[in-house]
Write a protein that binds this ligand. Structure first.
Ligand SMILES: [Zn+2]
Length: 312
């Protein structure tokens, strides 16, 4: 179904390009021109790979759903929220990690041990749903914490903070295996958060870490996998863990294969979707958008459309 919608334009484009290559090859016939043609074909292969990458990002349907945040604070035990839907418009923008490394003097948070091997990226989300419990607030609170609990990064819809050095052991997974071999990431899920953007930002960070440590998607774990704790609860209760892994796959594919390409996304339905792929109104039933990619001094634009579907 998806291919039917996406590919007529791409196929036409590729056919036109293929014809152009053949024509110049047979017309001139000289060795130099054959080499030029081979290089051009190689360049065209890169564009084909980019078009396959776009197929990962673009979806026929954008789903909107209700879900909940969970908090330990009185009045915030179960906070209703809405996922208005999105497409993970990939760009190669920098992670923008803000370093707030906890002082070594806080030995409860920083046990001062080096991790010998990195085998996992462990995902958590906070159980504090009041509107003030942002990543910024949580990161700062760790500095004076008197609990033996720590993790490496805190992420929300706006920012990424780092609290421990990358190769340092933290206390977050509830098991020696998870703590000794895992990098911990805490998603700060406060009331009012754009959960989709928090998931996308976390996925970008996770993909970067997977590349840094030569790990794979299977190495991305839930806190639950090590201790059975219902964490990351917001993602698990909403049935969004697989969706999160798909976001990591997209980021991994982009960061690994196209670090030299620039992606500029542009909504063609500005009242319904913004340029980051975020749906602004669930009242509409469809959107259109464009991506312009720059690669090796060349630019190509592609236009797509998706349906918007309310799940609940
Ligand atoms: Zn956890």
């Amino acid at each position: 179904m998806k291919k039917k919608i996406i590919f007529p334009l791409l196929v036409l484009l590729l056919i036109l390009c293929a014809c152009a290559e053949d024509k110049s090859f047979f017309k001139d016939g000289a060795l130099a021109n054959q080499e030029t043609t081979a290089a051009d074909l190689e360049a065209e292969k890169r564009w084909e790979e980019l078009e396959e990458f776009l197929e990962m990002i673009v979806q026929e349907e954008i789903k909107t759903q209700k879900f909940y945040l969970y908090g330990s604070e009185p009045g915030y035990e179960k906070v209703p929220a809405t996922n208005l839907g999105y497409l993970p418009f990939y760009t190669n923008e920098d992670l923008g990690i803000i370093e707030e490394i906890v002082p070594l003097s806080n030995t409860l948070v920083r046990p001062g041990k080096t991790r010998e091997q990195t085998k996992y990226i462990v995902i958590h989300n906070t159980g504090m749903a009041s509107p003030v419990m942002t990543a910024s607030r949580l990161s700062r609170s760790l500095h004076n914490s008197t609990r033996q609990a720590s993790w490496h990064f805190t992420v929300d819809d706006h920012e990424i903070y780092q609290q421990l050095l990358l190769d340092e052991i933290g206390w977050h997974a509830g098991s020696p295996e998870g703590n000794n071999y895992g990098i911990g990431i805490e998603m700060a899920v406060y009331q009012g958060i754009d959960m989709n953007m928090a998931m996308r930002r976390t996925a970008k960070l996770v993909a970067w870490l997977l590349l840094e440590y030569g790990l794979e998607i299977k190495d991305v774990k839930r806190h639950y996998d090590f201790s059975g704790k219902n964490c990351p609860q917001v993602l698990l209760e909403a049935g969004r863990w697989e969706e999160f892994l798909r976001l990591v796959e997209i980021e991994l594919h982009g960061q690994k294969n196209f670090p030299d390409a620039e992606f500029v996304w542009e909504t063609l339905s500005p009242e319904i979707m913004d340029d980051e792929g975020k749906i602004l109104s669930s009242a509409a039933s469809s959107v259109r958008y464009r991506v312009t990619i720059s690669l090796d001094g060349k630019k190509r634009s592609y236009e797509f459309g998706s349906l918007i579907k309310m799940m609940i």
